[in-house]
Write a protein that binds this ligand. Structure first.
Ligand code: GAF
Length: 384
């Protein structure tokens, strides 16, 4: 749904023009998975798929929320009654952002909001972060809060961690808030320092495909939190603030100190090698060796599958089929346990690869996957 339709939807619902319309994208992560809550490195880019919000201020302590994507009428909430983990529906994301802003002392006095999103949900493409960031940006603009993009991302993460109750890191919100068209975002999640890395795959005769396996995943279920807790245990056992502090060339020594705690060993190995893969991929992109990132992506998948253990048969099938069909590299992207995989391929191979993935899914009896090309797109912005 386009911005104009969202604006019209607002008028139909609330009987007046909105003060403005904003959008915030979903993302794919090129490399750097489950490193963000370990203070490590990530490199996502924004998708053309966005959450769009038409918003007007209110001054009476009321928040009215409506989504074109969800059955049902307008939800009306009182700001002073917002409380963490009391809402299990979609409204927890926008309401959580309002809660986080107010809790941080920002004078948000109420709003009328109408939303629509083209970011697939449960596909590991950050539909929740898009929803959070679009609301944060709109309220920042309207209430003239003067917050920086990274501050909006932190507040959105707090909304998700505390209000919604999903223990996620900072990657998705920062990607949605800070990505730039034509670039991947190299982000140090410890201090949120950033570097925009130019990425024009089409100009080099390549494409990046996203394959949504249609296996739905959620961050608020236990497995994501278990991995996070395991990483924190590893950091504590090794006496560091976060696994980011274990240098790649000190990995073997660190693992030796973990004795026979096989689970923690696997988690630590993934995080430390994944940070190194991000730095390697950045170096390759910066020196113009774009095709060479393919094997780095594939190695990342093997680590997520074998060490972090968050892949699933559908994701593995995408990766195996793509590689057998000549893809340059492939990996799952996002939180795992379903969701999407990415495939880096020569442009001339895209059609054949898509067909072989679809036919492999049909043979395995899996739901038909949704395949589309991902082009690095703009971060959150005011549309009108
Ligand atoms: C999800 C989380 F929201 C991110 O913070 C990140 O941990 C990712 O999974 C895994 O890299 O998208």
């Amino acid at each position: 749904m386009g911005a104009q339709q969202v604006r019209q939807g607002f008028v139909d619902l609330y009987g007046a023009e909105p003060e403005g319309v904003w959008s915030a994208p979903g993302r794919v992560n090129l490399i750097g998975e489950h490193t963000d809550y370990n203070d490590g490195f990530v490199m996502p880019f924004a998708l053309p798929h966005v959450a769009t919000a038409a918003v007007s201020r209110r001054d009476d302590g009321v928040l009215r929320l409506h989504s074109a994507d969800v059955e049902g009428g307008v939800a009306e909430l009182r700001l002073d009654a917002l409380a963490p983990q009391t809402d299990r529906s979609w409204t927890a994301y926008p309401a959580g952002v309002v809660w986080a802003l107010r809790e941080a002392g920002h004078a948000v006095t109420g709003a009328d909001i109408h939303l629509a999103s083209t970011v697939p949900t449960g596909a590991g493409l950050s539909s929740s972060a898009a929803l959070e960031v679009v609301i944060a940006l709109a309220l920042d603009d309207l209430f003239e809060l003067g917050l920086k993009r990274w501050q909006l991302a932190r507040l959105c993460q707090r909304a998700e961690n505390v209000y919604v109750g999903a223990p996620t890191g900072i990657m998705d919100q920062t990607a949605s808030a800070c990505c730039e068209r034509g670039h991947a975002l190299f982000l140090d999640t410890r201090d949120l320092s950033q570097k925009q890395i130019p990425l024009d795959l089409a100009a080099e005769g390549m494409r990046l495909l996203v394959v949504d396996t249609q296996v739905k995943h959620a961050h608020s279920d236990g497995e994501y939190g278990k991995r996070r807790a395991g990483c924190e245990k590893g950091a504590a056992l090794l006496g560091v603030d976060a696994l980011r502090d274990i240098p790649y060339d000190g990995l073997d020594a660190a693992l030796a100190r973990l004795g026979d705690d096989d689970e923690v060993i696997r988690l630590v190995r993934h995080v430390v090698t994944e940070d190194q893969r991000v730095e390697h991929a950045v170096a390759l992109l910066e020196s113009g060796e774009t095709r060479a990132i393919g094997p780095v992506l594939t190695a990342g998948h093997a680590s997520l599958r074998d060490d972090f253990r968050i892949s699933c048969p559908e994701l593995d099938l995408v990766v195996d089929t793509a590689l057998a069909g000549g893809a340059l590299g492939a990996r799952m992207t996002g939180g795992g346990f379903g969701g999407s995989a990415i495939v880096l391929a020569e442009a001339s191979d895209v059609e054949t690869l898509t067909k072989s993935i679809e036919s492999a899914f049909a043979t395995a009896g899996f739901t038909t996957p949704r395949v589309f090309e991902a082009v690095p797109s703009a971060g959150a912005l005011r549309v009108s």
